[in-house]
Design a protein around this ligand. Structure first.
Ligand SMILES: C[S@@+](CC[C@H](N)C(=O)[O-])C[C@H]1O[C@@H](n2cnc3c(N)ncnc32)[C@H](O)[C@@H]1O
Length: 261
């Protein structure tokens, strides 16, 4: 069993946090996917910081797979939040036009007590979407996870979509940056940052994830990471990424505190 130190809160806040802790440490490992507990704690810290500052907006993820990170985001979000999932959903055998992946994703949601709102799922290629496809469903996005296709054309399309739909205070998380298995992801994120360096900056980097925001919010999010109670166990160092001062978080638990990625 994984040890996870998440400080307690009082009353209702304490119960919600303990449920999120249970999901992160015990339940998410039953869902195939690519978010590990340290990044789950970064997501939690960012979304709590936004809530504390009353900064709202939708949540979107390109690349749901079987829902590991989607269910985490659903759990952290408030019940009234709109969480949009976008995926090809074409893995496994098709039956009545529904893939095994899609069916299994819905079943896991029911099992976790986080039923999927199918009105907020887009089944198809994210490159075919335009900003209104997202804005009309969830409004401007406060947290956008990009983890769909991992080629350079995918990154060009998905980063543009994220840029055009995130709120001014929104965060874009790119998955698999600096992962040698997917070199074009890093190229795509670097191109995006160079093309948009007046508007966007990287404020945090973990082993294979890079977190961006608009420059006006750079210090706001650095403070969120530096002050987050959930992240006290991480070593934090400074790094530079294309003109941004980013906080590099080191996973103190190494392999013992990671699931798949
Ligand atoms: C690495 S998995 C996502 C993992 C998931 N975010 C998690 O943390 O568990 C990538 C997903 O992206 C989807 N995908 C690949 N290319 C896509 C595209 N062009 N449009 C939409 N989804 C795509 C795949 O079907 C797959 O489910």
């Amino acid at each position: 069993m994984l040890a996870c130190h998440i400080p307690e809160k009082q009353g209702t806040g304490r119960m919600i946090l303990s449920n999120i802790r249970k999901l992160i440490v015990h339940e998410l490992s039953s869902v195939e996917g690519y978010i590990n507990p340290p990044d789950a704690l970064v997501y939690l810290s960012i979304l709590e910081h936004l809530r504390e500052h009353a900064l709202g907006g939708g949540i979107a993820e390109i690349g749901v797979y079987f829902g590991r990170s989607y269910f985490l985001l659903k759990k952290i979000a408030s019940p009234e939040d709109r969480v949009l999932g976008i995926d090809l959903f074409d893995i496994g055998k098709m039956s009545d036009g529904i893939s095994e992946q899609y069916q299994s994703f819905l079943e896991r949601g029911d099992r976790l007590g986080l039923p999927v709102n199918e009105d907020l799922l887009v089944v198809g290629d994210s490159s075919d979407l335009c900003p209104t496809d997202i804005l009309s469903r969830v409004g401007e996005v406060r947290f956008f996870r990009v983890d769909g296709g991992h080629t350079l054309p995918n990154l060009v399309a998905d980063s543009r979509l994220a840029k055009e739909t995130t709120a001014d205070h929104g965060v874009i998380v790119f998955d698999d940056t600096f992962n040698p298995a997917w070199p074009e992801v890093t190229v795509g994120v670097a191109d995006f940052l160079r093309d948009n360096d007046e508007a966007f900056s990287a404020f945090c980097m973990t082993k294979y994830k890079t977190y961006l925001c608009r420059r006006e919010f750079h210090d706001f999010y650095r403070a969120a990471i530096q002050q987050a109670p959930h992240l006290r166990v991480f070593d934090q160092t400074e790094t530079q990424f294309l003109g941004s001062d980013a906080i590099r978080l080191h996973n103190p638990f190494g392999r013992a505190f990671s699931m798949n990625s």
